[in-house]
Ligand binder design. Structure first.
Ligand code: NAD
Length: 436
């Protein structure tokens, strides 16, 4: 069997390969910009027309992509965006970065991946490299993507190349970005691994090759399951410490002084984002197909999803100290994005806290400079400037997300009861502070 990856290898080495990125969200846009910054000719594809118009106008809508970087590559003609999927025909490399959510039943929803791959199939050419970056269960690339791509007669690893390379970007992380996070690459065969590794090697500092697409898929799920399970463990410890009147935050801070064999995880109001609450269930679903029950994943899921209830109980306890009930109280949420310093609301636990408090009769408001408007269930709320909100004297304020920009000293110096789910008020003492 002969492979024909030489032409593509040369085009990548000389940066003549044209790169298409499908899905221009938190993952796809930083990747497209990095390829363009490193001198490749890049075209982004997104079904959402507003995204392509913003990119073509040089406007970045992803906080991790600096406006100036995007503008520079757009102006230089190295990055453009479109919703015309037929333009995929002109690409040498196609990177798929579309969502992989769960259905209501907690089963994987691969419909976005399938739709994107169908668009690729329509114009698949010899010598193209297709890479899936969306997080998914082991077997997606060879069981779902490969048969679709081969449906028109071309053979993977011979006529075209196919690899899986999980995205590990951590939005809001000031230290690690697309360029300095090592990239895992697993091809459907050696020719595919070789071209995909060369490609990423030209934009990231370190590429780690693995033996198959399944290993690459499993690496990402191990990483995210590791986080979900350890967060579940520490959330359970927080509940336990509360019963035993021990400060869980002090325990973790002391434990992490051990220089080996311990890694700190922190309790919080619950899991959020498009990854940690979702990805482990891709793995447990696939394991179940193989007759295996993932007990750790299920257990961590149960503990983590009960955290918003615990937060609401803490609000009830706080209000109880001033002879008030949740019903009728004005409760102000501080930070609603799923984590610090980002604008991403996907699966944010603040939404569950909001819903639970509302069901118990609280009157709700919130402050989050990253999230000007919030719509959830029957609620449509607008963010209120934090000092103005506190001046109105809410009965209780709940720190759901510890954005750096909040003035925590001012918060403690005001007269409001404070439920702190993130230890944002560390080292500040007041009988009005109720920690998780
Ligand atoms: N957000 C993260 O922090 C993160 C980190 C690592 C991995 N991931 C994974 O990366 C993948 C993408 O996540 P994201 O956060 O970038 O999602 P996102 O929702 O921010 O972006 C996805 C984009 O794909 C577009 N899209 C959907 N279907 C399309 C199609 N058929 N053709 C073209 N465009 C299409 C959407 O309009 C959207 O702009 C997911 O599998 C996710 O699990 C995300």
């Amino acid at each position: 069997m002969t492979t024909n990856n030489q032409g593509l290898l040369d085009r990548i080495r000389t940066k003549k390969a044209r790169i298409g990125v499908i899905g221009l969200g938190y993952v796809g846009l930083p990747l497209a910009v990095e390829f363009a910054r490193q001198g490749f000719d890049v075209c982004g594809f997104d079904v959402d027309e507003s995204k392509s118009s913003q990119i073509n106008a040089g406007h970045s809508y992803i906080p991790d992509v600096p406006q100036v970087d995007l503008c520079e590559v757009v102006k230089a003609g190295r990055l453009r965006a479109t919703n015309q999927m037929a333009d995929l025909a002109g690409m040498d490399v196609i990177d798929i970065c579309v969502p992989t959510p769960l259905r209501k039943t907690k089963d994987p929803d691969l419909s976005y991946v399938v739709k994107a791959v169908e668009a690729v199939v329509a114009s698949l050419k010899r010598g193209q490299l297709i890479i899936l970056e969306s997080t998914t269960y082991p077997g997606t690339t060879d069981e779902v993507v490969q048969p679709l791509l081969e449906s028109r007669g071309l053979k993977a690893d011979v006529d075209f190349f196919l690899a899986f390379s999980p995205e590990r970007v951590d939005p809001g992380n000031q230290t690690f970005n697309t360029r300095n996070i090592p990239k895992i690459v697993g091809g459907i065969g050696p020719a595919s691994t070789e071209v995909a590794a060369l490609l990423y090697g030209s934009i990231v500092e370190k590429v780690v090759q693995v033996s198959s697409t399944r290993v690459a898929e499993m690496v990402k799920l191990l990483e995210n399951t590791f986080r979900a399970v350890n967060i579940g463990l520490v959330n359970e410890l927080a509940l336990m410490c509360h019963k035993m009147d021990i400060d869980v935050w002090e325990v973790i801070d002391a434990a992490k002084t051990k220089p080996f064999g311990f890694m700190p995880f922190y309790p919080g109001p619950g899991l959020g984002g498009h990854c940690i609450p979702i990805d482990p269930f891709y793995l447990s679903w696939k394991a179940r197909q193989n007759g295996f029950e993932c007990r750790f994943i299920e257990l961590a899921g149960n503990v983590n999803s009960a955290m918003p209830d615990f937060v609401v109980e803490r609000v009830a306890e706080a209000l109880n100290t001033v002879r008030k009930s949740i019903n009728g109280s004005r409760v102000h949420l501080i930070g609603v994005a799923y984590k610090k310093d980002v604008n991403d609301m996907r699966e944010s636990p603040a939404l569950d806290v909001l819903e639970l408090l509302s069901k118990r009769g609280a009157q709700l408001s919130y402050s989050d400079p990253f999230v000007p408007e919030l719509t959830h269930g029957n609620h449509t709320l607008s963010s209120v400037d934090l000092p103005a909100a506190l001046a109105l004297g809410p009965d209780c304020a709940v720190i759901c997300t510890d954005h750096t920009m909040f003035d925590y000293d001012a918060l403690v110096n005001g007269g409001t009861l404070l439920v702190d789910t993130r230890n944002a008020l560390k080292n500040r003492q007041s009988p009005r502070i109720f920690r998780l």
